[in-house]
Design a protein around this ligand. Sequence first.
Ligand code: HEC
Length: 105
Amino acid sequence: MLLAGAAAAQERTAGEIMKNVHVLRDVPASEWDETMAFMGNALGVDCRYCHIPDSFEKDDRKAKQTARVMIEMMRDLNRKTFAGRAEITSYGPKIRLLPCAAHSG
Ligand code: HEC
């Protein structure tokens, strides 16, 4: 228990260790790379689309600023419109497909 407690206490958030993080402050530091890779994969781009390599904290790429705005919009929508349910994700709205019987007979 003591060890587990110590490990939990050591887990820091991105807001604590990164230089210029505003909307994703609560992401655990250990999940940061995964979070960035997820965004890149969802959009089919790599890190350089939003960042100058080795200057990840800078806001000089328009795409990074746009991504920040998008993340805020997504959170806002989920909170206000969908009563806190994560209906909108960074890879688009969840779409429920109805079974299509048109070609089955
Ligand atoms: C779609 C745009 C986008 C892509 C692609 C992307 N990032 Fe980011 N990244 C952001 C945004 C937006 C922030 C700031 C988030 C915030 O303010 O909460 C950020 C912040 C960061 C930071 C924090 C820098 C600091 O100290 O403030 C690091 C490190 C980082 N990204 C690394 C990466 C890496 C590595 C990749 C590729 C695997 C990547 N990013 C891909 C948009 C992107």
